[in-house]
Design a protein around this ligand. Structure first.
Ligand SMILES: Nc1ncnc2c1ncn2[C@@H]1O[C@H](COP(=O)(O)OP(=O)(O)O)[C@@H](O)[C@H]1O
Ligand SMILES: [Mg+2]
Length: 272
């Protein structure tokens, strides 16, 4: 299912113009990452896709729905949303109840709810904590719980605000695996992240925001090679890309394997 924003502007009651004429078309099944410095408008943009915020100008479409015509509760059947701060999302007494809430609300049978709860908790590695209280978990685990609750909705679209923030290596790897699986299942994924290595490796498309506008939009190799524009947006390319640029290698390697391949060719040329 695709997502579309058309000429969207949004101003907070405080007067801040957080989005200024943003248009974005995300085809079904794409894994897109949104980058940009704090205050660029990333969170505001993704909140338009779950109906939590409404555009002042322009329109937002989820598949064949205009979000203006559907409640956030209805939109939740199409868009699963992971909040930047999991504490904005968690409110039940146990992990199991937390994950069950969404699918139950969408009308899944009790057997189906139980199945989804155990599957989602297992995916994030919290299956042994099903009866614990969410606030018995440290913050990074609460984020994983919130992710489990989001996944359990089984929506065609997932919007994730900073999924890897605060995660250790193990947590990042778990999230990495989960996103790869969801992508392979054909879900449309939109994530905000500051983790450039993660974005370079996983995203099919990068969108860089600056001052409420789209500043760059393209494949990771296209976007990450635009040093000057990235600088303007205060986005530092991943370490591998910076290393390749410092060595004046021509390609933009996104993974260690790609870097090694490029490096071998670069050395051969150097040694001629
Ligand atoms: N609830 C709010 N009330 C007023 N201003 C806000 C609110 N949330 C965000 N803003 C402002 O809107 C702009 C965009 O913020 P945000 O979308 O949160 O950016 P990002 O997620 O890229 O850090 C910033 O100037 C921010 O201060
Ligand atoms: Mg944000």
């Amino acid at each position: 299912m695709n997502l579309r924003a058309e000429g969207v502007s949004f101003r907070y009651p405080s007067g801040v113009l957080a989005l200024d004429g943003v248009s974005l078309d995300i085809p079904s099944g794409q894994l897109l990452a949104i980058l940009g410095e704090n205050g660029a408008g990333k969170t505001t943009l993704v909140k338009l896709f779950n109906g939590l915020l409404r555009p002042a100008q322009g329109s937002v479409h989820i598949g064949d729905w205009d979000t203006a015509q559907h409640s956030p509760a209805a939109l939740a059947s199409r868009v699963g949303f992971l909040f930047q701060n999991p504490d904005d999302q968690l409110f039940e007494r146990t992990l199991a109840r937390e994950v069950a809430y969404g699918p139950r609300n969408l009308g899944a049978s009790e057997a189906e709810v139980a199945h989804r709860v155990s599957r989602a908790l297992k995916l994030v590695g919290l299956q042994d904590m099903a009866d614990a209280h969410p606030y018995d978990l440290p913050a990074p685990q609460r984020k994983l719980l919130a992710l489990a609750a989001t996944i359990a909705m089984d929506t065609p679209i997932l919007v994730l605000d900073e999924p890897t923030i605060g995660q250790d290596e193990l947590g990042c790897r778990a999230i990495s695996r989960i996103l790869t699986d969801l992508h392979a299942m054909g879900r449309t994924l939109m994530m905000i992240s500051h983790d450039m290595d993660f974005c370079a490796e996983h995203a099919e498309r990068l969108v860089v925001m600056l001052n409420g506008k789209i500043h760059l939009d393209g494949s990771p190799a296209e976007v990450l090679s635009q040093t000057k524009k990235l600088d303007e947006a205060e986005v530092a390319p991943p370490q591998l890309v910076r290393l390749a640029q410092a060595l004046k290698m021509r390609a933009t390697p996104l993974t260690v394997d790609e870097f090694v391949d490029e490096y071998k060719q670069w050395r051969k040329k150097k040694n001629k």
